[in-house]
Design a protein around this ligand. Structure first.
Ligand code: FAD
Ligand code: SIN
Length: 513
C-alpha cells in the first residue's frame, strides 16, 4: 500500500488549495474521479466575497452572512470566515489568481443580500476557471503532490475511530487500490446532480457525504439546499448559469409581459436573498402561466455587458441570443448544498484524521441559506485551518453531536413503484424536494428512495457507485426536509410556510454502529 501524509479526495478549489498548503508539511496524494478540472469550482462566475474595501468591514460581512442564514449560522464560524477573508485572498493573489482591477485597485461587485459591493472577480465572469487553472498549474508543478485523475474514492478506511487510508477504483484499469495516510481531506464538492435541473456538472453526486457517513462521520443540515434564481432557459441549450452579479451590475428581472415584478414580492427587489428571488420567480411563472422569466440588460451599454460578462455574453451569442439587444430567458436551478459532513472550526470531523473541506463540509457558516460568493471563501478560510490543525501529530476527533438520527427502514406501499435510474431519481427530487416542498411530496420521495435503496446492486463502476451515493444522500435530504416542519432559508414547506422557534436547531445523521 503506498503511503502519504495527506490524501485529498477532489481537485476543485478545496482539494487544490489544501494540497498546496499541505505540501509544506508532507507528501500529498490528490485522488480525483475525472480530469483535474472537472468540478463545480471551474463554473463559478460571480466571485469571492471578502471585506477588503475601506467602506466595508468583517463585522458588516458577518451581519449579512448571518442574516442570510436565517437563524442557523454558527456566529463563531462566521466571525472566523469574515475576519480571515482578506488574508486568504492574499494567498490567492500570491498563487497568481488574476483578480480584475479598476484604476489599480481590485474591482468589487455586488450580489444579492450583500449590503455593499464586496465580491472580487476574475476574467469578468470567469472567476472559477481562473482559480482552477492557477491552482491546478501550481499543484501539477509541485514535486510533493501526486495527482491521480480518473480515480474514484470508494471507501475511507477507519480503524478504532481513526482514519488510515482510502480505497479507490482506477477508472482506466478497473482495479481497486488501497492508499495509506495520516490524514484524509474530503474535498468532493456538492450534490447538485440529485436534481433534474441544476447548474452543477456531472461530478456533483454527493460521494463525499456518502463515504463519510459509511465511515461513521456525522452528516448535518441536509434539508438546506439552495436554488439559484437565474439559469438560462433556452430550448435545446445546455443549462448555463446567469450570474447574480448580472443583477448586481444593474440587470432587471421581468415577467413574460416585460413587467418588473420582484417589488411585488419583496421590498428588497431584484437583489433579495437568493431563496426569496427563486420562490418569487416560481410564483410569477405560475401566475403568468410560463416556464421562464427574463433578465434584462438591454438598457446597459453593450460594450460594458460584453466586457464585464464575457462568458455569459459569448455562450448566449453562440446560441443565437444577443443579450445586449434581447432579454435573457431564465428560470431557477438546483445550485448548492448548505449541509454536509459536520466539521468544526478546524475542518475536523468526529473521526480522528478525517477533515472535510469545501462544499462537502458543513462548518456552520451558511446556516439555512448561503450568502452569495461565500462558498469559495469558506474553502480558503477553513482549508488553511485544516492544514494548520494537522500539524498536531494526531488530531482528536470532535465530539459527536448530542442528538443524531439514523436512517430508518421504510415500507414501500405504492401500487406502482417506479424503477430506479438516474433520470427517475433526478425527476423525483426536483418534483418533490425542490424549491417548494410539502409533506405529501416529501413522503413520496422518502418512500421511493428507501425502496430504491433496497434495489441497489453491488456497485462496480463509476455510474453505479454514484447512483448508490445519490440514493443515500437523497434520503438524508428528503428525510430531514420531511422532519423539519417549518420554512427557513432555502427550505420552504407550503404546509408550514412560517419559521418556528422550535426548529432553531440542526438535524444530524450518524450511522448506527
Ligand atoms: P468542487 O469544485 O466541486 O470539486 C469537487 C471535486 O471532487 C471534483 O474534482 C470531483 O471530481 C471530485 N470528486 C467527487 N467525488 C469524488 C470521488 N468519489 N472520488 C474522487 N474524486 C471525487 N461559489 C462562490 O463562492 N462564488 C461563485 O461565484 C460561485 N458560482 C458558482 C457557479 C456555478 C455554476 C456553480 C455550480 C457553483 C458556484 N459556486 C460559487 C459554488 C462554488 O463554485 C462551489 O461551492 C465550490 O467551487 C466548491 O468547491 P469544492 O472544491 O468544494 O468542490
Ligand atoms: C453567481 O455568480 O450567481 C453564483 C454565485 C454563488 O453561487 O455564490
Amino acid at each position: 500500500m503506498s503511503e502519504y501524509d495527506y490524501i485529498i479526495i477532489g481537485s476543485g478549489i478545496a482539494g487544490l488549495y489544501d494540497a498546496l498548503m499541505a505540501q509544506e508539511l508532507g507528501s500529498v496524494l490528490i485522488i480525483t474521479k475525472g480530469s483535474i478540472d472537472e468540478c463545480n469550482t471551474r463554473y463559478a462566475q460571480g466571485g469571492i466575497a471578502a471585506a477588503i474595501s475601506s467602506l466595508d468591514s468583517p463585522e458588516l460581512h458577518m451581519q449579512d452572512t448571518i442574516s442570510a442564514g436565517a437563524g442557523l449560522c454558527d456566529p463563531e464560524a462566521v466571525r472566523i470566515l469574515t475576519e480571515e477573508a482578506a488574508d486568504r485572498i492574499a494567498d490567492l493573489v500570491k498563487f497568481g489568481v488574476p483578480f480584475d482591477t479598476v484604476n489599480g485597485e481590485i474591482a468589487l461587485t455586488k450580489e444579492a443580500a450583500h449590503s455593499i459591493p464586496r465580491i472580487l472577480h476574475a476574467g469578468g465572469d470567469a472567476t472559477g476557471e481562473r482559480i482552477e487553472v492557477t491552482l491546478s498549474n501550481a499543484a501539477r508543478s509541485s514535486k510533493r503532490i501526486t495527482i491521480l485523475e480518473y480515480c474514484l474514492a470508494i471507501e475511507i478506511l477507519v480503524l478504532e475511530g481513526g482514519v488510515y487510508g482510502v480505497t479507490a477504483l482506477d477508472l482506466h484499469s478497473g482495479s481497486l487500490e488501497k492508499f495509506g495516510c495520516r490524514f484524509v481531506i474530503l474535498a468532493t464538492g456538492g450534490v447538485g446532480r440529485l436534481f433534474k435541473i441544476t447548474t452543477n456538472p456531472d461530478v456533483a453526486t454527493g460521494d463525499g457525504i456518502a463515504l463519510a457517513y459509511e465511515a461513521g462521520a456525522e452528516i448535518t443540515d441536509m434539508e438546506f439546499f439552495q436554488f439559484h434564481p437565474t439559469a438560462l432557459r433556452l430550448p435545446g441549450v445546455p443549462l448555463f448559469l446567469i450570474s447574480e452579479a448580472v443583477r448586481g451590475e444593474g440587470g432587471i428581472l421581468r415577467n413574460a409581459d416585460g413587467e418588473q415584478f420582484m417589488l411585488n414580492y419583496t421590498s428588497e427587489g431584484d437583489l433579495a436573498p437568493r431563496d426569496v428571488v427563486a420562490r418569487s420567480i416560481v410564483s410569477e411563472m405560475k401566475r403568468t402561466g410560463t416556464d421562464r422569466v427574463y433578465l434584462d440588460v438591454t438598457h446597459m451599454q453593450a460594450r460594458i455587458v460584453s466586457a464585464r460578462f464575457p462568458q455569459i455574453y459569448r455562450f448566449c451569442l453562440d446560441h443565437d441570443l444577443d443579450i445586449t439587444s434581447s432579454m435573457i430567458p431564465v428560470a431557477p436551478a438546483a445550485h448548492y448544498i448548505m449541509g454536509g459532513v459536520r466539521a468544526n472550526y478546524w475542518g475536523e470531523t468526529n473521526i480522528s484524521g478525517l477533515f472535510a473541506s469545501g462544499e462537502v463540509a458543513c462548518t456552520g457558516v451558511h446556516g439555512a441559506n448561503r450568502l452569495a460568493s461565500n462558498s469559495l471563501l469558506e474553502v480558503l478560510v477553513f482549508g488553511k485551518r485544516i492544514v494548520e490543525r494537522s500539524k498536531r501529530a494526531a488530531n482528536a476527533a470532535i465530539s459527536a453531536g448530542e442528538e443524531a438520527f439514523s436512517l430508518k427502514e421504510r415500507d414501500w406501499d405504492s401500487s406502482s413503484p417506479s424503477v430506479l435510474s438516474l433520470t427517475a431519481l433526478q425527476a423525483l427530487l426536483w418534483e418533490n424536494a425542490g424549491i417548494m416542498r410539502s409533506r405529501e411530496g416529501l413522503q413520496k420521495a422518502v418512500n421511493t428512495l428507501a425502496a430504491w435503496e433496497k434495489e441497489l446492486v453491488i456497485p462496480t463502476d463509476r455510474p453505479s457507485y454514484e447512483l448508490a451515493n445519490m440514493v443515500l444522500v437523497g434520503r438524508f435530504m428528503t428525510e430531514a426536509a420531511l422532519m423539519r416542519e417549518e420554512s427557513r432559508g432555502a427550505h420552504f414547506r407550503s404546509d408550514f410556510p412560517e419559521p418556528s422557534d422550535a426548529w432553531l436547531r440542526h438535524i444530524v445523521y450518524r450511522k448506527e454502529p
